[in-house]
Design a protein around this ligand. Structure first.
Ligand code: URA
Length: 194
């Protein structure tokens, strides 16, 4: 039987094609109380093998962006809209996104992040619930209701986009920097606040 125990999903067989194509279910990683939650699309080949989101080339770009913003991978939570690798790395279908949505919503509820950063078009559109011109809108923040709670969503380009288009690298880096500042704002009170 399928089951989500805290933050990990077991036994899910909701998507026939993905049950075929996956080696494993790839859950989110990082602190269960992280201020920043990064949401990608779906695991690729290396994530499917390694069992962790963003461990391939896109993961290297993400790690670099985090480091440049003064963060470490271990400081943030990283997950995907869909937890199983789609065949030939195709985009997840709307049915697959819908099937996996309750797991993502539960993860958001548990982690209760200050900011959700969507990495690329698919997660951006999935969480904002509208069409998104991700390159133009990168860096924009929107308040969105997700399972009854208003969440702050920051739009970011997908790290893989920076591999093919160097101009997106700057956009990516400045958005991660912005995420870090936003999370800091909503975090602990500073001495000067007292
Ligand atoms: N791209 C994604 O969107 N997610 C991953 O986990 C890896 C690459």
């Amino acid at each position: 039987m399928e089951h989500m125990d805290d933050l990990s999903v077991t036994g899910c067989r909701r998507c026939e094609a993905l049950v075929e194509s996956r080696s494993r279910i790839v859950d989110g990683v990082g602190p269960a109380d992280a201020d920043l939650l990064f949401v990608g699309e779906a695991p690729g080949e290396q994530e499917d093998q390694g069992g962790e989101p963003f461990v391939g080339r896109s993961g290297d770009v993400l790690d670099d962006g985090l480091r440049d913003a003064g963060l470490a991978r271990a400081d943030v939570r990283i997950t995907n809209c869909v937890r199983c690798r789609p065949p030939e790395n195709r985009d997840p279908t709307s049915g697959e996104l819908a099937n996996c949505r309750p797991y993502l919503e539960r993860e958001i509820e548990i982690v209760d992040p200050e900011v959700i950063v969507t990495l690329g078009k698919v997660p951006g559109e999935h969480l904002l619930g509208r069409d998104l011109a991700v390159t133009n809108e990168a860096g924009s923040i929107e308040d969105v209701e997700i399972s009854g709670t208003t969440r702050r969503v920051l739009v970011c380009v997908h790290p893989a986009a920076t591999l093919y288009d160097r101009s997106q690298r700057e956009t990516f880096e400045s958005t991660i920097e912005q995420a870090s500042e936003l999370a800091g704002d909503g975090g602990q009170a500073e001495l000067g606040d007292f």
